[in-house]
Design a protein around this ligand. Structure first.
Ligand code: HEC
Ligand SMILES: [Cu+2]
Length: 343
């Protein structure tokens, strides 16, 4: 066989390796767990994988041993080996071993499945958990903190080491809430509340996404979980309650007026404004625009000018409520939105 052909045969394998190595990116991967539940799930995956590898090694070793030891040799053309039928001991052994292996996988799996799906918090422990109410929309995420009485969107902020109970629903179609690095995934169904318990153990930003095909921009329906220290979280909550400071520059002040007239029927800042679009109180502190663009002014202008070009099917009109904002006005609104920080 030509050498180039031989190399070609390795292409699918190298492709697979490249693909699988993409599964190991920190912050987005279930294989690099950053929370208690994710760690337990990864452990279960490695347990099953370990047992499967042992089975493959044993079976493959026997296979190759038999292949080499008993292959037909020169002068044996007419030789027929001893014929046997049935072997009770062997059959018992190869039935019992898989049963044992499956038990080793099943016991911790069943135990952890029940433990992780237990989201009832006893009254005495209520203050040790944080509740976040999640509403999925085409194609964005709303986060309400009922105890803190604050609301944000796209970037959910939680303290490290604390168990968070996400109560999840949908405003339109079926979505699915998934943060691989923190573990688990659960459907967001309209008219129903599902619960997911996550306990982040490391500070950082973890990518979440919708995991249920929900429309034309499903693939762009990202969000972030920002895990911060308890004190940073308390500061954030205070900031959210107070709201951002009034804009200082003339351009941003004009932008605020334009925003009130053209955007606030849908978007809220602090307690003012409509509930049908992402709450923008801490917009300047976010990691992304609409969950998909890098967070800078240029992209914000691009978004306001034509959201549909960024996220096909996004429920936001181009150039404001009356679709008539000029480039200059959009620039001013962008200046204003970048003052919306609660830090
Ligand atoms: C008819 C309601 C509506 C109006 C009016 C509207 N928006 Fe939106 N906006 C939305 C919706 C819905 C989304 C979420 C889209 C998505 O991500 O799928 C959104 C998303 C955004 C985002 C991204 C939010 C984030 O957290 O990343 C920004 C910024 C924004 N809008 C700014 C504006 C500005 C500025 C105006 C006024 C010029 C405006 N919007 C007018 C409905 C509206
Ligand atoms: Cu979705």
């Amino acid at each position: 066989m030509k050498r180039s052909w031989l190399l070609l045969r390795f292409l699918p394998i190298s492709g697979l390796v490249a693909l699988l190595s993409g599964c190991g990116v920190k912050g987005v991967s279930a294989l690099i767990p950053m929370g208690k539940e994710a760690r337990e799930q990864a452990w279960l995956m490695y347990l099953s994988l370990g047992i499967m590898v042992i089975v493959i090694l044993v079976v493959a070793s026997i296979y190759f041993y038999v292949l080499i030891r008993f292959h037909k040799r020169k002068g044996q053309e007419d030789y027929i080996p001893k014929q046997t039928e049935g072997n009770k001991i062997l059959e018992i052994v190869w039935t019992v071993i898989p049963i044992l292996l499956l038990c080793i996988i099943a016991v911790p799996t069943v135990k952890q499945t029940f433990a992780q799906s237990d989201t009832d918090v006893p009254k005495s422990q209520k203050k040790d958990v944080l509740q976040v109410d999640v509403t999925a929309h085409q194609f964005w995420w709303d986060f309400k903190y009922p105890d803190q009485k604050i609301e944000t969107a796209q970037d959910v902020v939680v303290p490290v080491g604390k168990t968070v109970i996400f109560k999840i629903t949908s405003a339109d179609v079926v979505h699915s809430f998934w943060v691989p690095a923190l573990g688990g995934k659960i459907d967001a169904n309209p008219g129903q509340t599902t619960k997911l318990k996550l306990t982040p153990e490391n500070e950082g930003v973890y990518r979440g996404r919708c995991a249920e095909l929900c429309g034309s921009s499903h693939a762009l329906m990202y969000f972030n979980v920002k895990v911060v220290s308890q004190s940073e979280f308390d500061q954030w909550v205070d900031g959210m309650k107070k709201g951002p400071e009034a804009p200082a520059t003339a351009s941003a002040q004009e932008g605020q007026e334009l925003f009130k007239q053209n955007c606030m029927s849908c978007h809220a800042v602090g307690k003012e404004g409509g509930p049908v679009a992402p709450n923008l109180t801490d917009f300047a502190d976010r990691k992304m625009i609409a969950g998909t663009l890098d967070h800078n002014k240029e992209n914000l202008i691009k978004w306001i000018t034509n959201p549909d070009a960024v996220k096909p099917g996004a429920n936001m009109p181009a150039r404001g409520m009356n679709k008539n904002l000029t480039d200059e006005q959009i620039q001013k609104i962008a200046d204003y939105l970048f003052t919306l920080s609660v830090k």
